[in-house]
Design a protein around this ligand. Structure first.
Ligand code: SAM
Length: 279
């Protein structure tokens, strides 16, 4: 799709919906090669926009459900893809509130794809992590920095809550960087494609997910403070030591199994009730 044809629909890109439409055919082909949709696949696209990816997915996949918030785009999509109505469903909805599990119609797991609106991408990923049991894989275009956060390891500058929780549920594989010129309008930052593959059997499991989420969030309350300070009132320094975790460590040095052992301890001791509900 050329830059000119993005505008042929008469639609004006809206900043509040995070609309940066893909216009580079080479990048679109590369994304689709990475996803490799098949006739047996049930695909789901978040934010189809003007249909740059939709068009190619519809040619390859057995079924596609699209979730789009901008109501002005719905008639454009319906007209453009009227030939595919037997396998294409459009939902005018907010992906942040959408129950993705409700889309599954048979034993086929969902394959989710999206050039995500950058303003809500982090919250959207947290929302999607709640639905991973019905998902085979997810391919997203994100701000490169968000991809780096998803894939970050202990000790990395960008290691934090997003990466830890995403890595709890999924194997994360950054695929390639996409330059700003691939979009219209042109964003200010580099983007990147990432693949998230939910584990069938998680390598590490916590006894209580909400406790793990709270422990991770509380541990990073003040990034530059020690674990002992951030977790004051939640777990004692001595108890951390008993778990073989030095309380003077900074949160970004802890691995996922470290966070799980703290969370499991807190859960078993029913200390979760005493965590400050504001965190
Ligand atoms: N897929 C198109 C492309 O690659 O050219 C458009 C991508 S654009 C970055 C993000 C799309 O997500 C827009 O179509 C926007 O309207 C839609 N969108 C924004 N917020 C949304 C939400 N909460 N739920 C569903 N779609 C949303």
């Amino acid at each position: 799709m050329s830059r000119q044809s993005s505008n042929n629909s008469g639609h004006k890109a809206r900043k509040r919906f995070g609309q940066n439409f893909l216009q580079d055919q080479g990048i679109i082909r590369r994304i689709i090669r990475g996803v490799s949709p098949r006739p047996s696949d049930h695909m789901v696209e978040i934010g189809p926009g003007l249909g740059a990816l939709t068009e190619v997915i519809l040619d390859e996949a057995g079924a596609l459900d699209a979730i789009e918030l901008d109501r002005d785009l719905i008639p454009i999509l319906r007209t453009k893809f009227f030939n595919y109505e037997d396998k294409f469903r459009i939902f005018e909805a907010d992906a942040m509130k959408f129950d993705f599990s409700s889309l599954q119609q048979d034993e086929r797991p969902l394959r989710i794809i999206g050039n995500l609106p950058y303003n809500i991408s982090t919250q959207l990923i947290f929302h999607l992590l709640q639905h991973t049991t019905c998902v085979q894989d997810m391919h997203f275009m994100l701000q490169k920095e968000v991809v780096d956060r998803l894939a970050a390891k202990p000790g990395d500058k960008l290691y934090g809550r997003l990466g830890i929780m995403a890595q709890y549920y999924c194997e994360i594989e950054p695929l390639f960087i996409v330059p700003p010129e691939a979009f219209y309008p042109i964003p200010k930052v580099d983007s990147a494609i990432v693949r998230l593959m939910p584990y069938q059997n998680k390598p590490h499991t916590a006894l209580c997910l909400s406790t793990l989420e709270r422990i991770v969030k509380t541990s990073f309350g003040m990034r530059r403070k020690t674990l002992r300070n951030n977790l004051k009132g939640v777990i004692e320094a001595e108890q951390l030591q008993n778990l073989d975790i030095d309380p003077t460590r900074r949160p970004e040095t802890l691995s996922l199994p470290d966070f799980i052992s703290i969370a499991d301890f807190v859960y078993k001791n029913s200390a979760s009730d005493t965590i400050n509900p504001a965190v």
